[in-house]
Every structure is written in C-alpha cells, then in structure tokens.
Design a protein around this ligand. Structure first.
Ligand code: BG6
Length: 475
C-alpha cells in the first residue's frame, strides 16, 4: 500500500541517529513499500534539497551514492507541530503524494519531539483532521510515540488522555526500541523454548540478577532533554524495567501480542514499590565529573547521569531475589547485559548466565569444571553461544525492525499504556525521594564503572558486580 511517513522533529538527534539511518537501510534492502514518501518536518527553515544535503553531511553513511537515491523519497516542510494551528501545508503535501501514487496512502506520524510538546502536537494533528482515515480505505493513520512517555505517572496519563481524544489504541505505537533488539527478543526463545531452564528459574536457585546498560558517551548534544530527564527516567523506567519483565514473566499460553502483554503486565504489577527509606538505602544516583560543564546543562544541576536501583518482585517465583538495575553515561564502555547469578552450593563457584544484549551479542554460562591435574580443584569455565559465530546473517537494527512493524500494522513489540503507567508507579516514589536530595548525589570519574556507592550497595548485600564486558563472546 502507498505509505506516507511523516517525521516531526526531523532535525533532532533521534532522527539523525536512528530514524533516517533505519529508513535508509530498509530502502537499500527493498523493505519499504513500493510507493513511499517521507515528509520530514521541523522548525528550521530548509528547502527539501537543503535538508537532503544536511542529511548526507550529518548521517554516518558510508554508501553515499545509494543515499542519493533514497533521499529522493524525502521532502522537507518547515513547521512547528506544537504551535502552527494551521497544518494545511502538510495536508497539501500528503495530497500531492496521493495524486502521484494514484491511491490514498497509509499515513504514519512519527513524533520524534520532546515530551513537553506532545499534547499540543496531538491536538494540532487532530484539529487539522490528520488522524482520520482516507475516504477510499479504512486504514486509519498510525502514530509512533517515543519514550519517555511523560515524566511521571500523572503526565503520562495526561498525555495519553489527549492522545486518545483523537487516536484509538490500534493506531498508537509506543516505542521502546530495546524491544526491537534481536537479542531482547531472544530472551523469550531462550527461556521458553529451552525447558532445561524452567525448573531453576526461581528463588530456590537464583541468588540475584544484575541488569546493566552502560554507555561510553556523555550527554552529547542532548543536554536540554537529558538535564530534565536523568538516567532513571531515560533508561530505567523503560529499557531496564522491560528487560526485567522479560526475564521474570510467566510463559504466555500462546505467543500472540495480547497474551504477551497480559503476562508482562501481570509481572510488572508485582514489582515492589520502594518506601522512602528503601529508596535511601537501595538506590544510588550519580553524576560524572564534568557533567555540569556540558552543553545546555544547568551549571548547578542535580540531575543524575548514573542510576542504580535494587528492586524485588512479590510473587512465589521471585520473592527474595534482588534485581540490581544500573545504567550510566560516561562509563567504561558500551554494554547491555543481564546476568543471572545462581546460588552458591558449597563449592565456591556459583554459576551464572549472561544474556549479552550488546555488543558481542550472545549467551554465556559460567560453569565449574575440574582443573586438569592430580589434585581436585575447581575452576570457572565459560560455555558460550555467540550470534557472530552461530548465525552468519546480519542482525537488523532495532529501529529497522520496529519501523517495518508499524508499516505492516503489527503492534506486538510496542508498549501498552497500562505497562507504561505501571513503570511510572515504580519510578515515581524513587524520583520523589531523589528530588528531596536523598540519597546524596554521588560523583564518578568518566571511564569508570560509576560511583563507589554502587560498589558499596551491592557489597553490603555480600555480593559484587560481575563486569559484563569482560565475560562473553570476545571474538
Ligand atoms: C535511549 C536513551 O533511549 O537509549 C539514550 O534516550 C541512550 O540516552 C540510548 O543513549 C541507548 O540506546 P542503545 O540502543 O544505543 O543502547
């Protein structure tokens, strides 16, 4: 079907780093509909040609000649989706494409804009009738919304109620791009297609779980957004809580979107909300040295670039198992991993399973083996499955996968409002105590694993961090 893909916030960081590269790759691999138009919208004044040149200069693209063909699909419109009451230019651009394509296109709107202007943007789309389907077919427009969905439960509900004035649930695609990662989808396969893990996947055998997303980069050009958001809301509220639910949810009866959502919702509701005292004792917030000097950061900012929270789940399977979720910018390297540490049974080498989401994608199991020799000594050894050696096909980027799903109308990998609200119910009590200055904002040196307080927190529990980068698929 002819499709028009409208991007609001087309000159922003997300568009530059993720959306355009993903669309480009899909186009190169012939995965876009035959009749496809991209309308890039942002406030900056550009002609379409200038914008194409801007993309060519700003995207990290090696294959410049193929890009020129792709860029012909792009038209640029200078508009302010939050402030321009009249969006007739956009309607006209869509109509023009309809004439060219000789069919009424499926409309897709990508809201790559700041959460603060989402409500006004939905109102504007609605008031200009852009949420309505074509006369000639019943496919209603689809709308993609980027995280964070609001900045707390209340604002998430508020944004959603405006959204739902114009768009029904089947039209809404709430993105958490981690769910589009191949390795994240594999958590399902790993758990539910390999029966050997099920009997030990519980508090009788598992001691604790460490979920880490560390980044080497700092806030870069995103200071304005980041300083208002912080690591807890930027990564923990969405990506890390999602990973936690995938590791802990019960198997759905069948693997359809509705059943999976129900099971996820069931587990997320069981994550215990921390009391103010628990927030003080079971969380760490940190800021890297040099953060205050970054572009567009308030020089007295107390925003955290590092967050660690210790959570628990109140159900039979997981009661008593701590989940340490941590993330930070300017850490020692870029890695996302889930480490499941099993209980020690006297031999001093507790097994652990590492699900390495990125890089060196794979799954590793640390086992105890007898060291060759006359003495009976045990040593840890690794057993690994690595994507690079097991499969020779390329892994699609998360955004490629998710954009294709929107084009096809498949909502399985997108979030429901209920799940988002439950995540805020976990995050809000933490944020509230942090806003009151507790625990004290820690600092850390760039290139480290974060503040010393994070070592202390896990150390207090008699445990230590297992450094993900060092463990697996180093090919
Ligand atoms: C985004 C955050 O959701 O995820 C960014 O807003 C972060 O701050 C990014 O850099 C990390 O994504 P990935 O796919 O590189 O791990």
């Amino acid at each position: 079907m002819a499709t028009v893909f409208v991007i609001f916030g087309a000159t922003g960081d997300l568009s530059k780093k993720r959306i355009f590269p993903a669309l480009f790759k899909l186009s190169k691999n012939n995965l876009l509909p035959e009749k496809f138009k991209i309308i890039a919208c942002a406030r900056t004044k550009h002609t379409s040609q200038e914008f194409r040149e801007y993309l060519l200069e700003n995207l990290e693209i090696e294959d410049k000649s193929t890009f020129t063909n792709f860029s012909k699909l792009i038209d640029y419109l200078s508009l302010d989706i939050a402030e321009d009451i009249n969006l007739s230019n956009l309607s006209k651009a869509i109509d023009n494409f309809e004439k060219q394509a000789n069919s009424c296109p499926q409309k897709i709107f990508y809201m790559a804009v700041s959460p603060q202007i989402l409500k006004k943007s939905f109102e504007n789309l609605g008031k200009n009738g852009l949420h309505i389907s074509c006369k000639t077919h019943t496919n209603t427009p689809r709308i993609i919304i980027e995280k964070p969905f609001g900045s707390n439960l209340k604002s998430a509900q508020d944004i959603n109620s405006t959204l739902q004035k114009y768009f029904s649930e089947e039209q809404i695609y709430r993105i958490d791009h981690y769910l589009g990662k191949e390795t994240v989808q594999n958590i399902f396969a790993f758990r539910f297609a390999n029966e050997i893990f099920e009997p030990v996947w519980n508090n009788k055998y598992i001691d604790h779980v460490q979920i880490t997303t560390s980044e080497y980069i700092g806030v870069e050009k995103r200071g304005e957004y980041y300083d208002k958001t912080g690591a807890l809301r930027d990564i923990v509220q969405n990506h890390l809580i999602q990973l936690m639910t995938l590791v802990t949810m019960e198997a759905p009866k069948s693997f359809n979107a509705a059943q999976i959502k129900n099971k996820k919702l069931e587990i997320i509701k069981k994550i215990k909300k921390l009391t103010p005292l628990e927030v003080e004792n079971s969380t760490v917030r940190g800021q890297y040295d040099g953060y205050l000097g970054e572009e567009k950061i308030n020089p007295t900012s107390q925003t955290e670039s590092y967050a660690l929270v210790k959570l628990g789940i109140q159900n039979n399977r997981w009661d008593g198992v701590p989940f340490y979720l941590r993330t930070g910018k300017k850490l020692t390297g870029k890695v996302t991993s889930i480490i499941i540490q099993f209980k020690e049974k006297g031999h001093k080498i507790p097994n652990h399973i590492t699900i390495q989401i990125q890089p060196n994608e794979g799954i590793g199991i640390e086992l105890a083996a007898k060291k060759p020799g006359l003495a009976t000594e045990l040593e840890p050894v690794d057993m690994e499955f690595c994507y690079k050696t097991s499969f020779d096909s390329d892994q699609p980027e998360a955004y490629e996968r998710l954009l294709v799903d929107v084009i096809l109308g498949d909502q399985s990998l997108f979030l429901s409002q209920e799940i988002i609200e439950e995540s805020w119910r976990i995050i809000d009590p933490i944020e509230k105590v942090w806003q009151s200055g507790k625990p004290k904002l820690a600092t850390y040196k760039p290139g480290t694993w974060g503040p010393i307080e994070a070592e202390d927190l896990i150390g207090k529990d008699g445990r230590k961090w297992l450094q993900p980068l060092l463990t697996i698929c180093k090919i």
